[in-house]
Design a protein around this ligand. Structure first.
Ligand code: GLU
Length: 300
């Protein structure tokens, strides 16, 4: 295998919860098992969604779980000029275009119908920048390390937004530019991001960036079957060691790694060493995982 470099790339819209711990842990263990590096990137491109202090809290949570990253942390909010240069390159290639349409105008279509592809429909209005996802017309295919072959027809993808009307950068562009900038080889992340991957691969291909390997992880749901998220009040990960140890063990179990029961009381470094040595993707069941830990507190 070429040199392995993984990353964890949380959006600091709030503290990490059990679902984010599982993603961070899988990415960390996969990197350590491969003898590779593991980087951290804070995806703070949308300041109104990122409360002050959330990024620092994420760093403290990762440290409390022993998930120490290599090298400096990359913050996306300082990366505007790199994103702008990339957008300009895509425009030159005929792969990005300005669009004045509002969501309301195309609400009866499953995807944005591409009305501004041949020129802005309502000149003078604010524009977003979109990717021409129809060009090339090659199906997007990759071999996911857990979910096997993935196959997306470009006609069904839609022209995703790269830069928003309010001038904020969109996730799809930022993630591709920064994965390339940081020399990432392997992406390990939650299943909810799997259907974003085709646009990312299209962008990588258009920009002649290296292809990445992908491992998408089963969704972690609470007892109610809903995805753990900030929206449905999944509690923040603790940072006190007594609470951290059993939760790290539960995260190893949620990844179907079958950690020995007695490991639950062990120091995090020991649990992580065990996890890295025994890491086996083939154990992970590719279906949603319900957890009884870290779910939303029951409502009465
Ligand atoms: N920032 C994204 C999130 O927190 C994840 C990006 C990624 O792993 O590609 O959902």
């Amino acid at each position: 295998m070429s040199h392995y470099r993984g990353r964890f790339a949380p959006t600091p819209s709030g503290p990490l919860h059990f679902g984010s711990l599982v993603a961070a842990l899988a990415s960390f263990l996969d990197a350590r098992h491969a003898g590779g590096e593991w980087l951290l990137r804070i995806e703070d491109i949308d300041p109104p969604r990122c409360p002050a202090g959330a990024a620092d809290q994420i760093l403290r949570q990762l440290e409390a779980f022993g998930l120490h990253w290599d090298g400096p942390t990359l913050y996306q909010n300082g990366r505007g000029s790199a994103y702008q240069a990339t957008l300009e390159r895509l425009v030159e290639l005929g792969l990005a275009y300005p669009c004045s349409c509002s969501r309301k105008q195309w609400r009866n279509y499953p995807i944005y119908p591409g009305w501004c592809r041949e020129g802005v429909r309502e000149p003078g209005r604010p524009v977003a920048w979109r990717l021409r996802s129809d060009l090339g017309l090659r199906p997007v295919i990759w071999q996911d390390r857990l979910f096997d072959e993935q196959h997306f027809d470009p006609a069904t993808l839609g022209d995703v937004v790269l830069k928003r009307k309010d001038d904020l950068w969109a996730y799809q562009l930022a993630v591709v530019v920064d994965d390339a900038e940081q020399g990432v080889s392997d992406v390990v992340r939650g299943f909810d991001l799997l259907d974003n991957t085709p646009w990312q691969r299209q962008l990588q291909h258009a920009l002649e960036f290296p292809e990445l390997r992908y491992l998408h992880l089963p969704l972690i749901t609470g007892e109610n079957g809903q995805k753990l998220s900030k929206q449905n009040l999944a509690p923040a990960l603790p940072t006190d060691d007594d609470a951290v140890r059993p939760l790290l063990h539960a995260a190893l179990a949620a990844l179907d790694q079958a950690p020995p029961a007695e490991l639950a009381g062990s120091p995090v470094a020991e649990q992580l060493a065990w996890g890295g040595a025994h890491w086996e993707i083939s154990r992970i069941r590719p279906e949603p995982h319900r957890t009884t830990v870290g779910g939303a507190p029951p409502s009465d």
